[in-house]
Design a protein around this ligand. Structure first.
Ligand code: A3P
Length: 374
């Protein structure tokens, strides 16, 4: 009887520990299953996100290329202040391209995944200055996966303002959450009404301004105009009044635009200096990665675009890209960027330098940056 009771109690003891072991096992299996499920879900989410970015990059490239081509023809017709674009394939107008893309299979696919790319008004504008390297800046910064840009100059704030913000938004690329929408129109910097209009759209808009020695900029501007007009007078004849180098023609566009301080003062009436980033056009050529690094910091972006993206093309004399959103092979900006400048009388150049000096100093004062132009 005694042996029997010991045997029974040891049996009940071992079945209890068995039950405990079983519960522990089930709990462990349950936790490891939930952990794995979470892990798999998060991997699949990030894969989806990166696929989506790739899809957007492809689609936006297609749209930007088409829209840039459309705009480049219109810009040559309409403006002397508009920098020419480097892509020139024939394409339907931007409006038509946009609506055909809305129903494109890529967008349907994104919608099926519950992701809704949409167009937004720009958070950031490249407002100028014409012929200082604005196209290079745009092409370089849009290498960043979190930057989507309108490929062409939209000219909303200076030419199409009456069309309204809906029209403007429609010209922006599709973005997903976390991506920055950008547009560049260099004439914004010098057009009187633009600062107030941009402020009205969004007082938090970030503004990027590329600046370059105003004398070289004027010559670049002249070179572009001369490339479109066969019988253009010499630079020296246009930059000065009365046939001597004593009086500078401050009404001549290429000279006038270089008085940066005058235009900047208008912008500073609407925006604090902290919302503006000045990029040196000279440094953008000598050390593009450095300047693009500053731009990424200013926009709160991770430094993804680095020196690895650039190489120096000795024939062209400018930095070029190993690959971009539009092309996977090494390439430079178009042939309208980095033109050979005509020979200008050194005495005329010296006189212009003298003319700009006080305005440059004022500009250094306003920006707090000494660009050290000669
Ligand atoms: P030039 O063609 O007179 O040399 P924008 O794009 O604002 O019109 O400016 C054009 C200028 O950008 C060019 O003027 C050139 O000096 C400058 N630039 C800066 N980086 C460049 C690059 N990587 N390739 C070509 N031009 C570049």
């Amino acid at each position: 009887m005694f042996v029997m009771s010991i045997w029974c109690s040891s049996l009940s003891l071992s079945s209890r520990s068995l039950a405990i072991a079983l519960v522990v096992c089930i709990t462990l299996v349950y936790f490891s299953y939930s952990f794995n499920a979470c892990l798999l879900a998060s991997i699949s989410r990030s894969l989806q996100q990166s696929n989506l970015r790739n899809l957007l990059a492809l689609t936006s490239t297609a749209r930007n290329e088409s829209s840039e081509a459309g705009n480049s023809s219109s810009s040559t017709n309409t403006s002397s202040t508009n920098a020419s674009s480097s892509v020139s394939t024939s394409a339907p107008p931007a409006q038509a391209v946009t609506s055909s893309l809305d129903g494109a299979p890529k967008y349907q696919l994104l919608r099926q995944q519950g992701l809704r790319p949409s167009r937004h008004l720009p958070d950031t504008l490249i407002i100028g200055v014409k012929k200082s390297g604005t196209r290079a800046l745009l092409e370089f910064i849009r290498l960043h996966p979190d930057v989507r840009a309108a490929g062409s100059e939209v000219h909303f704030f200076d030419r199409h303002y009456q069309r309204g913000l809906r029209w403007y938004r429609h010209h922006m690329p599709y973005t997903i959450e976390g991506q920055i929408t950008m547009e560049k129109t260099p004439s914004y910097f010098v057009t009187k009404e633009v600062p107030q209009r941009v402020y009205h759209m969004n007082p938090a808009t970030k503004l990027l301004i590329v600046v370059r020695d105003p004398v070289t900029r004027a010559i670049s501007d002249y070179t572009q105009a001369a490339s479109k007009k066969a019988d253009m007078k010499r630079f020296e004849q246009l930059a000065f009044i009365n046939g001597s180098y004593s009086v500078v023609d401050t009404n001549w566009g290429p000279v006038k635009i270089g008085v940066y301080a005058r235009y900047l003062e208008r912008w500073l009436l609407c925006f604090p200096l902290s919302q503006l980033l000045f990029i040196s056009g000279e440094r953008l050529i000598m050390d593009p990665a450095y300047e693009i690094g500053r731009v990424q910091d200013f926009l709160g972006l991770k430094r993804v675009v680095t020196e690895k993206h650039f190489y120096f093309n000795a024939t062209k004399g400018f930095p070029c890209l190993f690959k971009s959103e539009a092309r996977s092979t090494p390439h430079c900006l178009g042939k309208t960027k980095g033109r050979n400048h005509p020979h200008i009388d050194p005495a005329a150049i010296e006189r212009l330098r003298e003319f700009y000096r006080p305005f440059n100093n004022k500009f250094y004062q306003l920006t707090g940056i000494n660009f050290a132009w000669p």
